[in-house]
Write a protein that binds this ligand. Sequence first.
Ligand code: XUL
Ligand code: CO
Length: 438
Amino acid sequence: MAEIFTGIPQIRYEGPQSKNALAFKFYDANRIVLGKPMREHLPFAMAWWHNLCNAGKDIFGDPTADKSFGAQKDTMEHARAKVDAGFEFMQKVGIEYFCFHDNDLVPEADDINETYRRLDEITDYMLEKMQATGIKCLWGTANMFSNPRFMNGAGSSNSAEVFCFAAAQVKKALELTVKLGGRGYVFWGGREGYETLLNTDMKFEQDNIARLMRMAADYGRSIGFAGDFYIEPKPKEPMKHQYDYDAATAIGFLRAYGLDKDFKLNVEANHATLAGHTFQHDLRVSRINGMLGSIDANQGDLLLGWDTDEFPFDVYDATMCLYEVLKSGGLTGGFNFDAKARRPSYTYEDMFESFILGMDTFALGLIKAAALIEDGRVDAFVKERYASYREGIGARIAGGDATLEECAANALALKAPAMPGSGRQEYLESVVNGVLFG
Ligand code: XUL
Ligand code: CO
């Protein structure tokens, strides 16, 4: 099989002084951080859809990049060419995982039976490549938002026929995830939401989404899927309002429907910021609820109100992300670059340089988060801030032993509380700057 990315070498670590655009400056796979090599802290994944399918088309313009990889678009030959390109790419950039939607892999046929057949054929080919290279599947999912049948959602569709088609896609995508040894299975609620409540039975739609997820979990376990299911929260886009708005909403939903034993969250940076949170906020909400499973690593543009899916370069955000991941004891999933090069960055070199940027940013985030934890001043400050709950009435409150009368009696005896202590935000921010740039 002919090389596709000719002229692009194996990407290697050359260190921060390197000026070589096609080398890592910070991602050094074998460097030990907090007792573990970087590659184990950072199981990076390539998103099939952005890297191999997206050619820069937007609502105002045609594609700018050529992702045909020498084949006629929308044929099985093209599907195979994408496999060839994908595996060559992952090997050259040195990432060990990929994520996929069913229809990233093959063109959808008019008859779902034929789509199933195409999926079987392409995953046989992928499996051969996986065995030859050691590259693995991080997670699979079904695209239940592009086809017009899903205009009103999948699990939340008003049409029971559409619900069945969604179920058929989930069933197959789960089987393929098991076949490819995927660690996880994702539900991103693409159009699981509404445009207007005037035509929407919100309760019924949410009940039905939960029914679809319950069916998927039961079926997945019955065919030997031992990994985690994930919900990927997003507040809006494409729908005006999506049911899995943010981490807190998704966790509430999972608990309300008894799905929290099978599901965790796949937190995407740009989705958190669209919800009006920081990336770290949604990671923290997930972590403290034992629900932080996997991450879609990208970033948005805070001046824009949509999902730009940029490759991450914000080291502050990456540091705070890795801080949450380290405190969580790692991920059951990994870091999927659900990110695309900007439309004017349309060359093969841009594909590689995008991943180098993203991987270097997260490597820096890991190094700096470990340094922040080892430095200890932020953690010590937070611990000290709540010191009043470690003795006396505070310890009784924190232990769940105090009554309302007892607390009130304490207040009456004090007459007025002391000032609660400075929050020292500016000091803490300067500690972070010192760790990042000192
Ligand atoms: C869309 C998005 C999806 C999911 C998988 O915003 O993030 O690509 O990650 O369906
Ligand atoms: Co995503």
